[in-house]
Design a protein. Sequence first.
Length: 242
Amino acid sequence: MKRILNFKNIAALMSMLMLLGVTVTVAQTKKPVLKKKPVAKKPVKPVEPVFTVDSGTVIRVRMNGTISSKTAVVGQKFTTTVTEPVYSSTGVVVIPTGSIVTGQVDSVKQASKGGNPGEIDCSFTSVKLPNGRTRTINASLTDLTSGKTTSDNEGGASASKMKNRKIIFIGGGAAGGAILGAMVGGGKATAIGAAIGAGAGILGEMLLKGPDAEVKSGTEFGLYMNQPITLPRFAEATTPTP
């Protein structure tokens, strides 16, 4: 009888040891639960409202350097400065005075015998605001003479007679200036308006001399927007804005 009890006690003890061993093993193999670090939320940048400058808007600019049909080459870059603020269709200033518009020479023809004046055809491809923001534009040369443009009550201007004609610079006479010429259907340029950057003189006489077209620094003219652009309201910035 005592032997049976001893066997039972030994069996019970062994069962307890085995159970304890399994518990310890499970406890040792169980992976600790790692707490996830909180993810910092990035601040959401508010959407900046933009405003549209309509096609047909005329930007008034001034030449910063001099180009001449005698020396200019295709692809040559030059810059102009905006002389009046440009407003959106809703009356918001988006291009302020002092902005820089970059142009390039698309074709050039030197003056030749027979009274043929020099010609410079150019386009305007970008505008850089004083705060560093830059935008691509598609603009062409136009004039600012009375009857060719109209101004709105916000100081903007729009062309009224730009259809079916291309404006270029043509030779302007002994004073060394240039005249705006209109080309219709790819034909010969016909002078429009008055000489720009030149002294007084009879327009017909000037054209007979066949001078090179020289657009001097300080010459003022207009840029006709062929396509609309969108820009935020202009604001000064301490660091350049892309």
